[in-house]
Design a protein around this ligand. Structure first.
Ligand SMILES: [Zn+2]
Length: 395
């Protein structure tokens, strides 16, 4: 056995055995004995440099946008929605409003922290819906809505604004009204019908629910029931091919005309303003979207020489659409729907989808907040009981 005697005085031999002596004094924090030594050194070498304070780290907002770098197939879209619902079960759920002509699910993701995803919607919580891809070959909105579902849930509890929106709002996102058209890359559904010309219009006013649903496509029929059965207050429908927002009427009553001595509502004149009773509200909402978009507010887009003042247009003033979804929402429910044209290219390269996200995210968020403008409340009688069928009247 090799024993090595310590060289310092910390050890001592007692009765022939090495024992530890008293512990050595703790090392001085300063290598200098006293202040006068330090002053000597300062004279020789100058004042030591002060250590720089650590700079406070700047909080950099980082949002992972890798999820909006690709187009989702129908199956991938359902999987993406399900993943969000699985990760945030208290904030969202997927539900279906029906199936397409070829049997694809018409999926919706509901997002809210109000408890409405558990089946009970608290009173005075407004419902808003965003729908996309009613024209199957117009694809940007579809990807924006999938991304929006992830963004809203991931930012809940982190971003104050998003948290407040989810705490007070019932949001329904439907990325694809026309999944068959998306699959086949056609505007129409698989039955070769333009779904955005397949909704009840002026001539259907006064008809029963069953009559309204007669001879409709499966996709439009599902949306009609969804709108009639739920008190949505605001809706955005996303298209591509231009960059602007348009608002009702797409096909107004125009000037009533007499045909064989019967008064008939005529179609709106193309190029003429077809103002609805809430014209000013529609204009404000449309401007809200365009003003918060990266460049929509300028009224110009790369693919068309026309200029739209402040990036918005009345529907019929742009071109007349018979039996469109936008007018249906306004005519047959309480829901105000805007049509948002997102991109000159109906299916731009996947690499630019994140740019489209950047262009639109502020508008998407600010429109969610807009449902809290205006007046809301509950009409009660003298005994504090709710009054069904109460109507608002402005003076
Ligand atoms: Zn379209």
């Amino acid at each position: 056995m090799l024993c090595v005697a310590p060289s310092s005085g910390a050890w001592k031999k007692v009765d022939g055995k090495w024992q530890a002596a008293a512990p050595p004094p703790p090392p001085s924090k300063s290598k200098f004995k006293d202040r006068s030594d330090i002053n000597e050194l300062i004279k020789l070498y100058g004042k030591p440099k002060q250590k720089k304070k650590k700079r406070e780290l700047l909080l950099v907002e980082y949002v992972d946008k890798s999820f909006i770098k690709t187009y989702h197939s129908h199956v991938q879209m359902i999987e993406a929605i399900d993943e969000v619902a699985k990760n945030y079960p208290n904030l969202c759920k997927r539900y279906s409003i029906g199936r397409s002509y070829q049997g694809r699910e018409l999926a919706v993701i509901q997002i809210s922290a109000t408890g409405s995803v558990n089946g009970v919607r608290p009173v005075l919580v407004p419902m808003i819906k965003y729908v996309a891809n009613i024209h199957g070959d117009e694809c940007v909105g579809r990807e924006l809505l999938i991304a929006l579902a992830r963004y809203l849930t991931e930012q809940y509890g982190k971003d104050e604004e998003i948290t407040q929106i989810l705490d007070t709002t019932d949001i329904h996102l439907m990325p694809s009204v026309n999944p068959d058209g998306y699959y086949h890359q056609t505007r129409h559904n698989k039955n070769d019908v333009d779904l955005n010309r397949n909704f009840p219009g002026w001539r259907d006013l006064g008809k029963s629910r069953n009559e309204l649903l007669q001879e409709r496509e499966k996709e439009s029929s599902a949306v009609i029931k969804w709108v009639l059965d739920n008190p949505f207050v605001l809706s955005l429908s996303f298209h591509d091919g231009y960059v602007l927002v348009n608002y009702p009427w797409d096909d107004g009553p125009g000037k009533d005309i007499f045909i064989l001595y019967i008064l008939c509502p005529a179609d709106a004149e193309e190029g003429e303003l077809a103002a609805c009773p809430d014209h000013n509200v529609f204009q404000k909402l449309s401007r809200l979207y365009a003003d918060n978009h990266a460049y929509m507010w300028s009224g110009k887009c790369l693919c068309h020489s026309e200029t739209f003042e402040r990036g918005i247009s009345n529907g019929a003033q742009w071109y007349v659409v018979d039996n469109g979804m936008q007018d249906f929402n306004y005519l047959f429910s309480n829901c105000l729907e805007l049509t948002v044209e997102l991109s000159c290219w109906k299916r731009p390269l996947a690499q630019v989808l994140d740019t489209e996200w950047d262009n639109n995210v502020d508008s998407l968020i600010v429109l969610l907040k807009s449902v809290h403008s205006g007046v809301k409340g509950i009409v009660l009688d003298q005994d504090g009981e709710g009054q069904p069928g109460a109507q608002a009247r402005t003076q």
